[in-house]
Design a protein around this ligand. Structure first.
Ligand code: ATP
Ligand code: MG
Length: 174
């Protein structure tokens, strides 16, 4: 379960801030515009940090018409769009859970073929499956104001330049 400590923001070289849900959604949409297919994006951050809000923006940019809600109980939601969006949430998954029984290897194959993207909330149980697979990682942290969210970015390998630019400096939308 998701009671492990948060990653250290000092390990994430890029950072931007949103100050309202609409701004987070806009940030997600801007990130979604950068997606080419094949991306794996891990979303860390405490309950209510805005991870799902960000994914909603990504969905908007991908032309997803269905409502994107957190798959906390279903674990996986998949949406057709310009690229297929697989939205995972492992908050209720034990770190040693066998992810094959929820189809994770097949999802990863589809993503790595380039026709889909994978966005994962509470990704700790997935990390062992990702050895050698490039990924972008976001850490959302609240504060200091009630609607402030700091978005920290890192990547393995380093994120493309456009991602670095998007996550450098304060978001001014909304
Ligand atoms: N700047 C902001 N960005 C995103 N959400 C915000 C912001 N300010 C306030 N909020 C509120 O914080 C909440 C974020 O909820 P969201 O479901 O996106 O979080 P989450 O990180 O996915 O949580 P969980 O771990 O429970 O899935 C919403 O109630 C939203 O209205
Ligand atoms: Mg969520």
């Amino acid at each position: 379960m998701a009671d492990q400590p948060m990653p250290d923001p000092a390990d994430y070289p890029w950072r931007t801030v949103t100050r309202a849900p609409a701004a987070t959604r806009a940030l997600g949409a801007a990130a979604g515009e950068l997606l080419r297919g094949g991306e794996v994006i891990l979303l860390e951050g405490p309950l209510g940090a805005g991870k799902t809000c960000f994914v909603q923006g990504v969905g908007e940019a991908l032309g997803v018409t269905e409502e994107v809600i957190s798959p906390t109980f279903t674990l996986v939601n998949s949406f057709p769009g310009r690229l297929r969006l697989h939205h995972l949430d492992f908050y209720r998954v034990e770190p040693d859970h066998d992810l094959a029984d929820i189809g994770v290897p097949d999802l990863l194959d589809e993503v790595l073929d380039g026709a889909a993207v994978l966005l994962v909330e509470w990704p700790v149980p997935l990390r062992p499956e990702l050895r050698g697979i490039p990924r972008l990682e976001l850490l959302a942290l609240p504060g200091p104001g009630p609607d402030d969210r700091a978005w920290h970015l890192r990547g393995e390998p380093a994120p493309p330049a456009a991602w670095q630019t998007l996550f450098a400096g304060e978001a001014t939308q909304c």
